[in-house]
Design a protein. Structure first.
Length: 130
């Protein structure tokens, strides 16, 4: 399922065809189910080639698959191209699956958060100057 030995992502392929007119969405079946180990999660990511060449991405990029899910992997595609319809063909690589560690945490309500060690504080979008 990996295109090359060192690749992080496992290719997900369509098992059915779909037409995506400009600006439209479609949920495409992959025909596979996975058993992700406890302590891990699966991230479904867009394929860069489809994005660059055709404007095809995922509606919810990245998609999250929890370790307890055992159903078929479905890929919600969106066509961002403004002019061209995109045809999904059976067997086409439509997304990729990456497994990541999913750390557990214990959340505690507090009145005030301590400042970060880098001085960022509440600086959000664009706060680094980029």
């Amino acid at each position: 399922m990996r295109a090359h030995a060192g690749d992080a992502g496992y290719d997900l392929r369509a098992v059915e065809g779909a037409e995506l007119p400009p600006g439209s969405r479609a949920v495409v079946r992959t025909g596979i189910s996975v058993a992700i180990p406890d302590g891990y999660a699966g991230l479904v990511l867009p394929r860069s080639g489809l994005a660059v060449k055709h404007g095809i991405s995922l509606v919810n990029a990245p998609g999250l698959i929890d370790s307890g899910y055992r159903g078929e992997l479905l890929v919600p595609l969106i066509n961002h191209d403004r002019k061209e319809t995109f045809a999904v063909e059976p067997g086409m690589r439509i997304a990729q699956l990456v497994l990541v560690r999913a750390a557990g945490a214990a959340f505690v309500q507090v009145e005030l958060l301590e400042g970060g060690t880098d001085g960022r504080g509440e600086g959000g979008f664009g706060s680094s100057g980029a």
